[in-house]
Design a protein around this ligand. Structure first.
Ligand code: SME
Length: 163
């Protein structure tokens, strides 16, 4: 990808955050807020093949709203997968080549790269945004900024949610 294309892609990503954050704030039901965020991300970025949100329940991540092929991983222990690692270390993980990462739990044979962004409230992990792409190395700085912004917008809704 050349510099011009990279800049254009980054610009597109940054433009998405205000509308997604506003849609999240408009929803009073946390589940609807998550569904809106997942749908807007999936529909806006062609490289986002699978978009989902996992919610921390005890020491497991439970799959919430998602769009894409059904995943076999509906509950992920904190010690497993890239999802578990991101939640445990409380930081965004970008994996350019999932097949080269021994932690990777396969959801689809077509997936080539993945980003996992924790949703946190005052340092406490509430859940995470997980996105897979069929393209290798699909995620960069612009995706990280967009998705960390969406995670911050979702945090108040998830913090108020009752299980
Ligand atoms: N790939 C994730 C599991 C979730 S599926 O991608 C939906 C992982 O390694 O934790």
């Amino acid at each position: 990808m050349n510099t011009r294309t990279t800049d254009q892609a980054a610009q597109g990503r940054e433009d998405l955050l205000p509308s997604i954050a506003s849609a999240i704030r408009d929803e009073t039901d946390p589940r609807h807020a998550m569904e809106r965020a997942v749908a807007m991300l999936k529909n806006s970025v062609p490289a986002y093949t699978w978009v989902g949100i996992y919610l921390l329940e005890g020491d497991e991540l439970a799959l919430g709203p998602f769009l894409g092929k059904p995943s076999p991983h509906t509950r992920i222990p904190l010690g497993s997968g890239i999802c578990g690692a991101a939640a445990t270390q409380r930081e965004t993980f970008i994996v350019d080549d999932v097949n080269a990462d021994s932690r990777y739990l396969a959801c689809s044979i077509e997936t080539r790269s993945e980003i996992v962004v924790p949703i946190m409230d005052s340092g406490r992990v509430l859940g995470e945004i997980d996105i897979d792409s069929d393209q290798p190395a699909a995620f960069g700085v612009a995706d990280r900024k967009l998705l960390e912004g969406v995670a911050a917008a979702l945090a108040p809704a998830l913090s108020a949610r009752t299980l």
